[in-house]
Design a binder for this molecule. Sequence first.
Ligand SMILES: [Zn+2]
Length: 215
Amino acid sequence: MNTVFDWKLIKSTLMAPAAVIREAVLGFPQLLLKLDAPVSHIMERWIQIPFARGYKKPDLEVEIKLAAMIEEKTEDKELVYKLVTIPFAEGDKELLQIWYDLAQCVMENRTCNIPDYYPPDEESDDLGSLEQRYHIYDLLFNFSEKFEGGFFSGHIMEAKKAISDSITRVLSQKRFKSKGCKICGRPLAWNYRFMTCQRCFEEEKYAVRFRRRRR
Ligand SMILES: [Zn+2]
């Protein structure tokens, strides 16, 4: 899962009113891979076919882009499909490079040494770098599962667990640190719902009223 640590997305998903599902999303029919055309072309054409009401096609924009990057190197369209359906944030250059390298390796039927791509083990409190390392392991996990018989999966799972523990620790520390009045810094109870303490809130309210009256 790519979005495990996309906090904004998680929050907006949780806050959004439950949507009524009106359309069923159709999966790409893999049978079409037998057609005599590159995977990206087949997908592009399939997307353009009008569909019966009540059915929605998945957005294959990313898969098409990735397929176009690698499909010239192999005749094996099932393999291309397997590679382009690995979920990762393809907009991230580092992740895209790792995916591309490993895809080449798989297509050339070489033994891919997944541990070469492990991110360096470092103690970090930076959420951005923790998340990035998590995403890298996520991508490597998929390669391990799909192409290496899960040989490296155990180690990768442990590494992911350690990173997610670090993220939890950093987040809880942050929360404690920020628990103070935004104006005067007076400590606030952990369950206090406002950014400023009661006194600053009252003062602020009074000041606003006072300014209005003087106008
Ligand atoms: Zn205050």
